[in-house]
Design a protein around this ligand. Sequence first.
Ligand SMILES: NC(=O)c1ccc[n+]([C@@H]2O[C@H](COP(=O)([O-])OP(=O)(O)OC[C@H]3O[C@@H](n4cnc5c(N)ncnc54)[C@H](O)[C@@H]3O)[C@@H](O)[C@H]2O)c1
Length: 266
Amino acid sequence: MNVADKLTSMFSLEGKVVLITGAGGAIGSVLTKGMADAGASMVLADVNDAGMKAVEDSIIADGGQAISVHTDLMSLDSIKSCVQQAIDHFGKIDVLVNCAGINKREGCLIANEESFDKIIGINLKAVHFMSQEVAKHMVEAKSGSIINIASYNAVMMLGGCGIYGASKSGVAALTRAQAIEWAKYGIRSNAILPGHISTALTAPLWNDPYRSKFLLDRIAMARPGTPEDLLGMTILLASDASSYMSGMMYPVDGGCLAGGQPWDIC
Ligand SMILES: NC(=O)c1ccc[n+]([C@@H]2O[C@H](COP(=O)([O-])OP(=O)(O)OC[C@H]3O[C@@H](n4cnc5c(N)ncnc54)[C@H](O)[C@@H]3O)[C@@H](O)[C@H]2O)c1
């Protein structure tokens, strides 16, 4: 086998079924199409039907396989129904990507119960219950990979993101728990910590000169990330190339957690 064939077979998602939440969103849609391009059959879960349909259509147009399942992650019944529909359609789930997430920029003095319950509900509670529901099938199959999209805010804070950061720190803890409890069933669990990613939703922030300078000063590579920048790590963690990787957080942040841009004295 030549090098190219070896690498292709290591990183290929051919024959794998991937369920991804937030599949209609900015990052989720790119990860969904990218994993389909790597050979996976995709189950898209989101409340954003139009976003999912656009991704599903482009996968099918390129000869891939995908189904969209309208799923409200605030509802445990909806989570169970999504997983059942994935199993009914494809017969198994090899990889779960918990990508859906929300944020509301509020300081700790004003964040109210409604914000708390919604952010924790979607970003943390749903990650637990979706993982639990999918893991029941992975346990039977004695194999699986769970990829939790957390944030660099799991380990470093920005003002106005307290509840969001708490939810993502919780995802980091859940990732470690899943990894140690489910390793005996052949299930791996890892988290990706995206840094500052430029998406339609964060465009106002990047278009504001004061706020964009503040953020760029904190990124060694002096540019925001793109959803495409997250695809390589996602395919690595979904594929057999990461067969001995479990329980860890992988920042993809352009050198943000490393310290951002250095002082000019060096
Ligand atoms: N954009 C960034 O800079 C950034 C940085 C770090 C981490 N992240 C994380 O990446 C993930 C994706 O973020 P994004 O920027 O693509 O956001 P996005 O808003 O574009 O996508 C999020 C998706 O989650 C879906 N969603 C929201 N509530 C839901 C619910 N109740 N049930 C089902 N789906 C629901 C939305 O419909 C949307 O399609 C999130 O977990 C986010 O916290 C983003």
